[in-house]
Write a protein of this length. Structure first.
Lengths: 230, 306
């Protein structure tokens, strides 16, 4: 791309906010009442983490795998790509994230038993993704019909995943991070370019998650140094 | 017969219904937009066309697709001809095709498309795919979008023109980018059309591109005449100057369009809109008297001062 410095984010926005939010209305209408099932899956995930963090980890990873693949196929590939050709290139990333969770589920490498401040931030992001994000549409006057629901729309799915990964321990956990992080960033930029105030939601989830991870890393290193001294 | 409110309303409704039943061609004759010749053939086209960037990218949404078809219907009814799109504009091409089918494929259509791929080999299949989306036998005009791979696509388009599968060949850019290269191509290649951004606040094209287009006999399509709505949005808080009304202008959009169209080198401006009233307003800007040089300067100075 020549004279790339002259391009603004607005130059890459192919659709109007009205078209964008009506896309969620049509998507919700087409998939209803599947929302009940995906929200129930989200609640089961929270219950498994709270009650049986060790035993349920495999099933949590499995549920997330299915939801990432489903959102990538149903929303990005079949719906969003009709107004944004770039979404067709992002959809495979959702499938990759799903496959990664599937592998982690089969290998049973995760444990969702992290506690402390990072864990609580994880619960906070998870709760917002499940219960807060769907409220943004009616709060902003668009009505429930264009609500973004966990397991149906990409933003709450990616945000909930960030929250869950804050609660997780396991080898190669970092491999599961880039795709939800990049999606939150991409979605935040898109919403901000459209002038939508709710751009703060994916940005806030991202900032909170990154802060919690940095805090956890610093804390872990401090503990190691402390152990070395003793 | 005494005219009561009831009879007035009944008569108004009957008149509206009758107007809706009028053939497109009859209604277009009421206040036809001004025309300009395409220099390479002297074929005349209306000075206001219809852009589809963002506005026609509505995906599979049936409500919004019908709204776009309504805009197209109003466009043809008001005497419009040129519709411009691109493979880059998301679902705009199939939405244009949907509208054309719904309107019974108006014969007035002047189809302006683009080729937008960095691969030389992918050019012809992309144009064919675009043609299928539109549902037209061939395009009137195919342009190299944003000069992407122009060295590869221009010879292919000239071949298509020689074979009769496209009538005109052009190149495009937007927002003042790559004017030097655009100028070079205008000087050296036998193109029929050039497309770039030009409006009352973005006037770089006046220095070299517009005079060169006149000199070389290249038709000029002006894109983003309202700076993608930002210009009309900024001006809507300001009162329209009284002196603007002397050439039949009733809105800022019309004044901005009159400014663009009054440049003698401009052939067509292609504002995009989602509203039927706006498309009518835009086309009516191409009718009636145009500002002279002194008035053009006055308009530019007034807008700059706001």
């Amino acid at each position: 791309m020549s004279e790339w410095w002259t391009y603004r984010t607005e130059d890459f926005l192919l659709f109007s906010p009205r078209v964008y939010w009506r896309m969620f209305e049509l998507h919700n209408a087409a998939l209803w009442p599947l929302h009940v099932l995906t929200l129930a899956a989200g609640l089961i995930i929270i219950l498994l983490i709270a009650r049986r963090p060790g035993i349920g980890a495999r099933w949590i990873a499995f549920i997330l795998a299915m939801l990432w693949i489903f959102v990538g196929w149903s929303f990005l590939w079949n719906r969003y790509a009709t107004i944004n050709w770039a979404a067709a290139y992002v959809a495979p990333a959702f499938a990759i994230e799903g496959v990664l969770f599937l592998i982690w589920s089969l290998l049973d490498r995760l444990a969702f038993d992290r506690r402390g401040p990072a864990g609580w931030i994880g619960y906070l992001i998870l709760a917002f993704a499940l219960a807060g994000q769907p409220l943004l549409a009616p709060v902003q006057g668009r009505g429930w019909t264009s609500s973004e629901v966990f397991g149906i729309a990409p933003d709450p799915t990616a945000m909930a995943t960030l929250g869950l990964l804050l609660l997780a321990r396991g080898k190669l956990l970092l491999v599961l991070l880039p795709i939800p992080v990049l999606w939150c960033l991409l979605s935040g930029i898109t919403l901000q370019t459209m002038g939508e105030p709710q751009a703060w939601a994916p940005y806030a989830a991202l900032v909170l998650a990154v802060t919690a991870w940095i805090w956890t890393i610093i804390r872990r290193r401090a503990d190691i140094m402390k152990e070395d001294r003793t | 017969m005494r005219t009561t409110r009831r009879t007035f309303v009944q008569a108004s409704l009957a008149a509206t219904a009758a107007a809706a039943l009028l053939p497109i061609s009859l209604r277009a004759q009421e206040n036809p937009p001004g025309r300009r010749p395409i220099p390479s053939t002297r074929e005349e086209i209306p000075m206001v066309g219809l852009g589809t960037w963002i506005t026609f990218n509505v995906g599979d949404d049936p409500v919004l697709r019908n709204e776009c078809a309504g805009v197209m219907a109003a466009f043809f009814e008001a005497g419009g001809r040129m519709i411009d799109s691109s493979p880059m504009y998301g679902s705009s091409q199939p939405v244009v095709g949907y509208g054309l089918q719904k309107l019974g494929r108006p014969s007035a259509l002047f189809s302006a498309e683009k080729v937008w791929t960095s691969s030389a080999a992918a050019g012809p299949p992309q144009i064919e795919q675009s043609r299928r989306f539109w549902g037209v036998p061939k395009f009137d005009l195919v342009q190299v979008h944003n000069l992407l791979a122009w060295k590869a696509h221009l010879p292919m388009l000239f071949q298509m023109k020689a074979a009769g599968t496209v009538r005109y060949v052009g190149i495009t850019t937007s927002e003042g980018r790559r004017h030097d290269l655009l100028e070079q191509i205008m000087r050296n290649e036998p193109i029929d059309f050039v497309q770039f951004s030009y409006n009352v606040v973005d006037r770089e094209a006046e220095a070299r591109l517009l005079p060169l287009a006149s000199e070389r006999g290249v038709a000029v399509i002006v894109n983003r005449p309202f700076r993608q709505g930002a210009l009309t949005h900024r001006l809507k808080r300001e009162p329209l100057p009284e002196w603007a009304r002397e050439f039949g202008v009733s809105s800022w959009a019309q004044l901005i369009l009159k400014f663009i169209l009054s440049h003698p080198a401009v052939t067509v401006a292609i504002p995009a809109t989602t509203r039927v009233d706006h498309v009518r307003e835009n086309l009516s800007a191409a009718a009636g008297p145009m500002p002279d040089l002194a008035m053009r300067q006055r308009i530019a100075a007034h807008v700059k001062a706001l």
